[in-house]
Design a binder for this molecule. Sequence first.
Ligand SMILES: *[C@@H]1O[C@H](CO)[C@@H](O)[C@H](O)[C@H]1NC(C)=O
Ligand SMILES: *[C@@H]1O[C@H](CO)[C@@H](O)[C@H](O)[C@H]1NC(C)=O
Length: 245
Amino acid sequence: MLLMGNVKEPTPLVSINVVVDLGGQYLWVDCDRNYVSLSYTPARCNSAQCSLASSGACGTCNGPARPGCNNNTCSLFPENTVTRTATGGEVAQDVVSLQATNGKNPGPVVSIPRFLFTCGSTFLLEGLASGVQGMAGLGRGRIGLPSQFAAAFSFNRKFAVCLTSTTSANGVIFFGNSPYVMLPNIDISTSLIYTPLLINPVSTAGVFSQGEKSVEYFIGVKSIKVNEKSISLNTSLLSISSVTV
Ligand SMILES: *[C@@H]1O[C@H](CO)[C@@H](O)[C@H](O)[C@H]1NC(C)=O
Ligand SMILES: *[C@@H]1O[C@H](CO)[C@@H](O)[C@H](O)[C@H]1NC(C)=O
């Protein structure tokens, strides 16, 4: 759940559900349906926002003007990484709010007034959980959630994801430095095991330009064991190989 957009000041933000995409490039939201916001600002062509988003594309839209349809805006290719479908979408900014924490207790709701994201389309939601309005990309790119949160709140580009084991309880994502305290008062950050992250020199996105690196996180897997027993497999399949497209 993400708090986004401003409907009517000083009305609180609208809560939307998005799929968390660990290797996703950025936040994309369906702007075609149910996106009502007074604080929506499209990214104008050649602006600092377009450059941060690495978008040189400059587009027009046959009106009427609304979120996702404006003239003189740059665009990206938001992707449903479940169905591997992508489409063109306007780059924009809007308020995003989230609950602050000291790692232990919830703090106030804090806002980023100009969070960069991309407008997707309703059809791009096909194949995702019902009720969601987009995907939140936690990838290592410049406009991924970790980078934008780190820049806005001056913490490290670090995050921890705790998945729920039931469908009746929520999981949690901590952005920023530890501690990450879970009930009953256990700091899970002290028992984590670390491994270096690798950079894949070839983008894994549906649409990309030549030479673009993947924003996904890769680790160096040497073998796979189940119940302490090694699975027999061709280990050359575990290394990042060059991909020809
Ligand atoms: C974009 O400009 C064209 C041509 O001036 C105009 O017909 C169209 O309505 C404009 N679109 C928006 C979203 O303002
Ligand atoms: C392992 O996989 C690589 C890449 O697909 C292939 O070139 C190689 O022949 C395979 N080796 C064996 C022993 O099957």
